[in-house]
Design a protein around this ligand. Sequence first.
Ligand code: HEM
Length: 427
Amino acid sequence: MTAPKVVEAEPRPDIDFHDLARFPVECREWFRWLRAHEPMSFHPGPPVQPENTGFWSVVLHEDLARVHRDWEHFSSEGADGPGSETGGDAIRDLNRAEGVGSMMILTDPPRQTAYRKLVNRGFTPRSIATLEPRLRDVVRAAIDAVADRGSCDFVQDLAAAVPLQAIGELLGVPVEERPALIEWTNQIVSPAGDTPHEIHASLIDAKQRLIAYCATLAATKRASPAADLASRLLLGEVTMSDGATHRLSDTEFELFCFLLIFGGNETTRSAISAGVIAFTEHPEQWDRLRADRALVPTAVEEILRYTSPVASMRRTVTGPVRLRGVDLDHGDRVVMWYPAANRDERVFGPTAEAFDVGRRPGDHQAFGAGGPHFCLGAWLARLELRLILEELLDRLPDLHVAGDPVWARSNLILGPIHLPVEFTART
Ligand code: HEM
């Protein structure tokens, strides 16, 4: 690999993608600098993996699109495509026990296509639209529960409920078992501990607990299948490209279920919570929305662009390929940063860093940038965001941040885990 030319015009910030306390608050500035001066940059691997020699960082919109679409060079499995022992979508190398080669997001076509066919139908705009009345009730109930208090933790008391109930409903998770899911997904995004090794151990512990829960769910659904996604996954058959079919193994089911629960919870919750921070910092945008409800759909897209709650996805290079002047080769790691691409001035113009609920819906990459893994839950997330916005506008129109957010210690999910807010409820 050859290093690209670095244009020094302003001092390089002290960029450390592994400093999980600094990442959420400083990354926007790092990305701005990298876009301007070093659109391909090399960074060391995570401290918990000394053998991991580091990764290339991709920050431009055009480059994210290229990497997402060219899955043959930029694999979601690993350097050897199908059969890779390590690789995956995280900055840290994942291994087969963590799902490389068998969790949909950690596979490449045609295996990924076969998995995706099992669930695609449940996530089309039409299927998702049928959830609207039930989800609106969930939002209203969450607001009812806090309305008289005048203040609450927006993330835990309001934002968490909607994605949790939505994915719980789709999968067929019994209502009383849903709260535990939040506890584990929280711990995966923001593990406990002070040292990198303690943090890593906490993350693995939460992952294992969530996987163990998925095994229990499989047993329940096998005993009495219902009209839900979990039962469909257990009964459905995956057809591979050679025509061979098989039912999901226990492990495949558990990983699939894990992916849906994790993907469905932390993401939308972080988008709306970071969106509330954006509205508090730009009150004129909230006033605009209150005055003109027709702006809600563009506001949803702007929240997604501006907050970009999924911070990163990684790919592994399968063979020689050139990206923005850098010659990459087999085994090189490439990490794409969505919050960086979503404020790329080349695409969003001189106002790329501004929050503007009337912005013409452009080509934001919060859900990915094309290619086989484009977010399965995009329509569900949009519905959830719209319903929460509409109900907040109706019921808690003066809601605003009333204290410091606590950010997830994560370079995967960019969002607060606690957010004090105040409001006056309208009856
Ligand atoms: C604001 C909310 C959300 C954001 C920003 C988001 C973002 C993303 C991103 C960036 C990817 C990777 C795309 C790629 O690599 O090409 C992804 C994949 C995925 N998302 Fe979402 N997501 C959100 C909500 C959801 C929800 C509600 C679900 C519900 C199940 C979900 C399920 C998935 C799944 C299963 C994948 C993997 C798809 C595959 O491998 O084919 N996401 N999402």
